[in-house]
Design a protein around this ligand. Structure first.
Ligand SMILES: *Cc1c(COP(=O)(O)O)cnc(C)c1O
Length: 352
């Protein structure tokens, strides 16, 4: 039996310790789980009610077109129509689907970034071309542009970037889109867009509507607090959305995901209020890191990279993501939690 050689370096996803503890049923001992950039709060009551109402219909296949969710997404992104909306089993599937539209070739992305990108490239048989962040972990559009060649099919821009939390202002993203050759797709992964507090970073989806070569990928896994249900979306030109729908598995977005995400999107004012809480708490954590004399990276996500070890956090009952796995040895990525969890993070700083 011969397998594709490009799969050789791939390994199954190694989840953070908190996932393993939950799987083993040993997570009762009161750790704050700040490993995976999830929201500290459960789904909105509106989403829970929609889930409960849909459960008796679980014997039936859901709407394969995902119409109601697409309509709610289009409504939340002024100027877009349902025919501009991509959907998927998490934004992971949206990212996969758009890469599936492209001929073989190379994919450029800043690095360190989301571990899914190299994995998707390998699965697609495309060559990954990671471009280092600057020494201050900033994304450098000029460096991305100089990495683009005739063989480049896509640039993936995680904005804000996971794990650094740094971001490219919207004007720079627009410039980058304009400077790319028109047959290179710019995929902007906006998983954390709800947590950006730059007032100029608004209505970024308009860029995808006005360009033939830009896709915005978003998710319900972070600000909407629905990571367990697996649903994401994208905004793009009609043509990209049409093609993406050709490669998507017909019923990839399950019934629970459809109804909960629709309800959550319709209640988006509440989602925004929760994101504003996260933004305030992020500032509180960053202030505490600064006061403790720790190096950290100013973040626009719901997480902060800080030079403080996983073990020192764990002693204080806080589980965070190991920086080693993210390209920052000796650092930790701390997800912003609820008030009590963030207190515990701050308390940990005085311990070692
Ligand atoms: C969490 C995250 C996602 C979300 O993935 P889903 O499949 O929607 O859960 C996407 N991109 C980045 C960079 C992330 O950190």
């Amino acid at each position: 039996m011969k397998f594709r050689p490009e799969l050789e370096p791939l390994r199954p996803y190694v989840p953070p310790k908190s996932w393993r503890m939950a799987a083993e049923g040993t997570d009762e001992n009161g750790y704050a789980k700040l490993t995976s950039n999830e929201l500290a709060f459960g789904p909105l009551p509106e989403a829970e009610a929609a889930l409960a109402a849909a459960l008796p219909r679980a014997n039936r296949y859901p709407d394969s077109h995902v119409s109601r969710l697409r309509a709610a997404i289009a409504d939340a992104n002024p100027g877009s129509e349902t025919r501009n909306v991509l959907v998927g089993n998490g934004s992971s599937e949206v990212l996969l689907n758009v890469l599936q539209l492209l001929p073989g070739g190379k994919v450029v992305y800043p690095w360190p970034s989301f571990s899914l990108y190299p994995m998707l490239c390998a699965v697609m048989g495309m060559a990954a071309r990671p471009v280092p962040l600057t020494e201050h972990s900033e994304i450098k559009p000029e460096a991305l542009l100089s990495a683009v060649t005739d063989e480049t099919r896509a640039v993936i821009l995680c904005n804000p970037n996971n794990p650094s939390g740094t971001y490219l202002p919207l004007e720079r993203v627009r410039e980058l889109a304009g400077e790319l050759p028109e047959d290179v797709l710019l995929i902007v992964d906006e998983a954390y867009v709800e947590f950006v507090d730059d007032p100029a970073y608004r209505d970024s989806h308009a860029l995808a509507l006005e360009s033939e070569n830009v896709v915005m990928a978003r998710t319900f896994s972070k600000a909407h607090g629905l990571a367990g249900l697996r649903v994401g979306y994208g905004i793009a030109s009609e043509r990209i959305a049409d093609y993406a729908e050709r490669v998507r598995f017909p019923v990839s977005v399950n019934l629970a995901a459809q109804v909960a995400a629709t309800a959550s999107m319709l209640a988006r004012d509440k989602v925004r209020a929760r994101a504003e809480f996260v933004i305030r708490e992020r500032a509180r954590l960053q202030d505490a890191f600064r006061d403790a004399g720790l190096e950290y990276i100013t973040s626009q996500g719901n997480f902060v990279m800080v030079r403080f070890t996983v073990n020192d956090f764990e002693k204080a009952g806080v589980l965070v993501r190991e920086g080693e796995a993210l390209g920052y040895p000796g650092w930790s990525r701390v997800t912003v939690g609820n008030s009590e969890e963030n207190e515990r993070v701050i308390g940990a700083l005085g311990q070692p």
